[in-house]
Design a protein around this ligand. Sequence first.
Ligand code: FMN
Length: 324
Amino acid sequence: MAIRTALTELLGINYPILLAPMGGVAGGKLAAAVTAAGGLGIIGGGYGDQRAGYGGEAWMENEFRAAGNARIGVGYITWSLAKFPELLDQALARKPAAFVLSFGEEMLFAKKIKASGAKLICQIQDVVGAKRAAAAGADIIVAQGSEAGGHGKTARSTFALVPAVVDAVSPIPVVAAGGVADGRGLAAALMLGAAGVMIGTRFWATDEALGSANAKSLLVSAKGDDTLRTRVFDIIRELDWPEEYSGRAIANDFSRQWHGRDAALESAVARERDRYWAAAKSGDTSVAVVFAGEGLDLIGDVRPAGDIVREIADEAERRLKAYR
Ligand SMILES: Cc1cc2nc3c(=O)[nH]c(=O)nc-3n(C[C@H](O)[C@H](O)[C@H](O)COP(=O)(O)O)c2cc1C
């Protein structure tokens, strides 16, 4: 079976399902599993340095190795590539099928990525950003709503953002991200005019994802109501995100102590830093961040990623057929 859309045609895949380039979570093994099942796996290089606990050239080399010969993509947080331009060259030398730039400044790298033969995928959070990405030459635009796990803008939700972006950038294929965790989400995204979905949180709760077992079991027990958008985990990790961005994560003791008190935390970083990193290292999720989206309610287990791809595609097909 297959679901054909402009996205599957452009990328040469069976199902319109992309693995989100989750930094430190979407490694080579997970990317290869998603590709093998008919979607496109994308390795998440994140910030490109070691500060967040993963990333950098050696890390990426290792993840390419873990992916073996699978046809995969690579993604980075765009402003990190301005700091570490060698990471772009490293990734493009591996001839990825696609390259994802998230969170602005696509213009800086678009030409080089497209010249390599990789499809340029830009992840944006508003219509202004979508038009900017289209002007930069994006082959595919991911419209990310604020339901999404990880970083993004607080302003717009997937349901209204996706059709607005589709109208703004047609005929460029648009992919919906944020809150999609089962076949209902994929079917709905297609009905909104999207050509596919990019899924993060659901793929984190898989056997192949990187990250601690503690974090994965929290993904199964926590619910969408338990998440919040916050800047506290960026402040403590000393990551310089522009003001308009926050990250959706599962609330924990650390966020309960500091959320809404950004200035106080900024002055306490020197005192709190060691405690935070010790928790991150030991997998203590009461302090260390577990980024996750509102789709948590739809996650009941940790399973092989390939099963999830097939189930989402089958369920979407069934639901779409019911309306024919
Ligand atoms: C644990 C985690 C880490 C993430 N890291 C990144 C990242 O490094 N770069 C990026 O572009 N997006 C990142 N994202 C956001 C995803 O690209 C995507 O927008 C999001 O996962 C989609 O929403 P969902 O989680 O509801 O499926 C991350 C998401 C999660 C859950």
